[in-house]
Design a protein around this ligand. Structure first.
Ligand code: TYM
Length: 377
């Protein structure tokens, strides 16, 4: 499953190479987000989130269907999650921030699955205690984003498997090993826990329907790496009498290096929510940019924002529409140097981290409020 720098690999466990999002739409069989769908969201939500305006969320399945049902009076639930194998980086926060927008605008209940089982099974060197520690730590990041506790249920798999087990069994019964192998690339050497696991990740998509006893549409916002799970989930849905879950897929927030997504396996190019602000600043000051070899050249020829990781951060998370357009023009014209640009981003990231870390501390008192308990199922 490995790739050289150019070959694109996008699976739930590995994202590498140069990512061609149009090609992914074709390969995965998803749909591009069209102006018509964006208009519909604008009408129903009252505004368009930055990640929609900039097509950071770029692809979907059945989003139009779920929005039309909403328009006709049928509410939907949201479902997303985290595999807790280390600290959360700010790339993970992007789809969660967007999920918060959806919860606020569509008054949706959110199921958030924390897959400590998946990460225990996947990482040879992980003990239970490791994944459970990260499950708790990562949950704090979600809570810190301000989700409504009355409408948010976190499912930590090893603690709340009772909520999912019957569903997971029914799903597993309809997925053959040959399908699982084709979709997930399982090998003879894959442990059997991982082979069952996709049924556990599929289950929350049907949880609300199963609990209330009638079909409730479900929308899954996530980066496109999770798509293989939804292909299997959607195949099984009609066999169990459930709606197929709809999805909206985002691009990957890149790392601070040259190309590639932000990844915990390259800590020097990722900004973690628990990083000391000074450390984050240091990482940003060493980031790869689209700058020229000398100041004189840059003033004369301008730089390239399209390959610049600092610009990408501003674009994904830290600048409004006017600021980002001005920055693009200034960069192209050579009016701004990379050092100045890095400093602007570093200040914003530091401010964000200080505020987020305060909210994370406060979240410790609210963890149980968000976690599923027996009364939820
Ligand atoms: P995990 O922990 O790998 O990723 C958590 C979420 O973050 C997204 N993501 C990113 N988004 C933007 N930029 C990046 N650089 C970036 N890297 C990761 C992922 O797509 C994901 O949405 N198996 C899952 C956990 C899970 C889940 C779900 C995720 C269980 N149920 C439902 C989404 C929806 C996992 O390990 O995610």
């Amino acid at each position: 499953m490995s790739a050289n720098n150019e070959e694109m690999v996008v699976t739930p466990w590995e994202v590498s190479g140069k990512i061609d999002y149009d090609k992914l739409i074709k390969e995965f069989g998803t749909q591009p987000l069209t102006p018509e769908i964006l208009e519909l969201i604008q009408r129903l939500a009252g505004d368009l989130h930055l990640q929609l305006r900039r097509r950071i969320f770029f692809s979907h399945r059945d989003l139009d269907w779920i929005l039309r049902r909403f328009e006709a009076g049928e509410k939907f639930v949201l479902y997303t999650g985290r595999g807790p194998s280390g600290p959360v980086h700010i790339g993970h926060l992007a789809p969660w921030m967007f999920t918060k927008y959806l919860q606020d605008k569509f008054d949706s209940k959110l199921y958030f699955q924390i897959t400590d089982d998946e990460r225990f099974l996947y990482h040879d060197d992980f003990a239970f205690a490791d994944t459970q520690k990260w499950a708790y730590e990562n949950a704090l990041d979600l809570i810190a984003l301000g989700f409504d506790p009355k409408k948010t249920r976190m499912i930590m798999d090893t603690r709340n498997i009772g909520a999912l087990y019957n569903l997971a069994l029914s799903i597993a019964k309809h997925v053959t090993f040959s399908t699982a192998k084709a979709v997930f690339g399982f090998q003879e050497s894959t442990n059997i826990g991982l082979i069952f696991y996709p049924a556990v990740q599929a289950a929350p998509a049907f949880l609300e329907s199963s609990l209330v006893g009638h079909n409730v549409p479900c929308l899954i916002p996530a980066a496109i790496d999770q798509d293989p799970y939804w292909r299997v989930t959607r195949d099984v849905a009609p066999k169990l009498g459930y709606y197929k879950p709809a999805q909206i897929h985002c691009r990957f927030v890149p790392g601070l290096g040259r190309g590639g997504k932000m990844s915990a396996s390259m800590p020097e190019t990722a900004i973690f929510t628990v990083d000391q602000p000074e450390l984050a600043e240091k990482k940003i000051l060493s980031a790869f940019t689209g700058g020229r070899a000398t100041v004189e050249e840059q003033r004369r020829l301008g730089a390239n924002p399209d390959v610049c990781s600092v610009f990408a951060y501003d674009y994904f998370l830290f600048m409004d529409d006017r600021e980002i357009e001005n920055l693009r023009l200034d960069c192209l014209a050579g009016n701004i140097l990379c050092g100045e640009c890095k400093q602007v981003l570093a200040e914003r990231v530091k401010k964000f981290l200080v505020e987020h870390q305060e909210k994370r501390e406060k979240a410790k008192d609210h963890f149980e409020e968000y976690l599923c308990s027996a009364k939820d199922y």
